[in-house]
Design a protein. Structure first.
Lengths: 81, 152, 152, 81
């Protein structure tokens, strides 16, 4: 699946998106896999309460299932308007 | 209903007049326009606005559909810019049309509250000292509670 | 602050753009525009608006001053027409500018609620069957209660 | 003083304003004097709850004093906006 990062999540991880092969069943499991990769991921995902997640471009929770999902995005709380 | 996400400036006068015109059943037109303010120190050079192409239009459309389901609206317009803006430039606008003023006012406030916290935009203040992401304000999140009284 | 009472049409686009421009400290601009709606039967030919020359500007100015005392506003604009208007024509507009959106929204709603019931204008619906004065709506009077919670 | 009438009050009385010499001390006393004049005045002032009054271009009540006042206006509830 495609994993996208925005704002300071993108900056900490150092890229806007990447292709990730995973068997994670939920967003939370995917986060655990990413955290285990490298320090910059661990840093970006250190406080989930400061993060939001969208699955296939719909805001959702970290316990959302990933089966059949094509795109997951992580970002800080939005500041539009 | 018209949803526009663009990097280029928009013309508030033309948009407001175009939106208000030709709606004989609508007695009330409300517009909100957001303008880039300077920061407290007066050092803001630019405001950077990142967004999530693909999701942005979809999220704004959902918010606008919710407003139309909740209030009696003849039309809704949302324009939101991304990219880099200077202080004084207009970031975004919403417009609502209804028969009576209460619907137009409430729907415009609802749209603003949800756009602030639920549309995928992120602001960054750029000064000569560097760039800093704008933190979400707790009161913006709290403002949503007004529209979901049963869920706090 | 600008208060205008006139018989001639106004240009919403030019007014909105002119009001919003050149206010770098103001992050939020709200406009309300009132449009002449047709009546329920679709027979409205003209809407006649009588006013009290001399008192009108004074009453609107007082209402605008109250809004400025109550909310943090960078500017206020009120335009109200009198004379005869056709369905679809704009009767009036208010605009408010503030740092944050809450002040601009609340002040615009306050201005509208008070203009409806406290500025000396009287509407008359003119059809081919004759002219009929529009009765004040109880809910417009009730709307004022929102701004004086202690007095009901 | 000048007495002004607007909207249907103006129509019932048949004129937009007139000069009135009075010794009335309050708006209510002035209303009594006007009512006693002619049927059209009695009709216009038959239900004070349907009327509003301004003294020297300020909204006020029917018990407002008239000493020193130059202009009194009677009209129905306003319907602007």
């Amino acid at each position: 699946m495609e994993v996208l990062y925005f704002a300071w999540v993108r900056e900490r991880i150092g890229l806007p998106k990447e292709r990730v092969e995973t068997t994670a069943e939920t967003v939370a499991e995917l986060v655990e896999e990413l955290r285990a990769r490298e320090e910059r991921y661990a840093l970006a995902f250190s406080d989930l309460s400061a993060l939001r997640v969208a699955v296939d471009q719909e805001l959702t929770d970290f316990d959302a299932p990933l089966s059949g999902v094509r795109e997951v995005a992580f970002f800080p709380p939005m500041t539009g308007g | 209903m018209r949803i526009v996400v663009q990097a280029t400036p928009f013309d508030l006068g033309a948009e407001a007049a175009g939106f208000a015109g030709g709606k004989p059943g609508m007695g009330a037109i409300v517009t909100f326009t957001g303008v880039v303010r300077d920061n407290a120190n007066g050092t803001l050079e630019r405001m950077g606005i990142e967004h999530y192409p693909g999701m942005t239009e979809k999220a704004i459309t959902q918010i606008a559909e919710q407003a139309k389901a909740r209030w009696s609206l003849g039309d809704v317009l949302v324009i939101h810019r991304h990219g880099e803006l200077r202080p004084g430039e207009m970031i975004m606008m919403v417009a609502t049309a209804s028969r009576h003023r209460k619907d137009a006012f409430e729907a415009a406030e609802f749209l603003m509250d949800y756009l602030k916290s639920r549309a995928p935009f992120w602001k960054q203040e750029i000064t000569r000292h560097g760039a800093e992401w704008v933190a979400a304000r707790e009161e913006d999140e709290d403002a949503l509670g007004r529209w979901t009284p049963n869920q706090g």
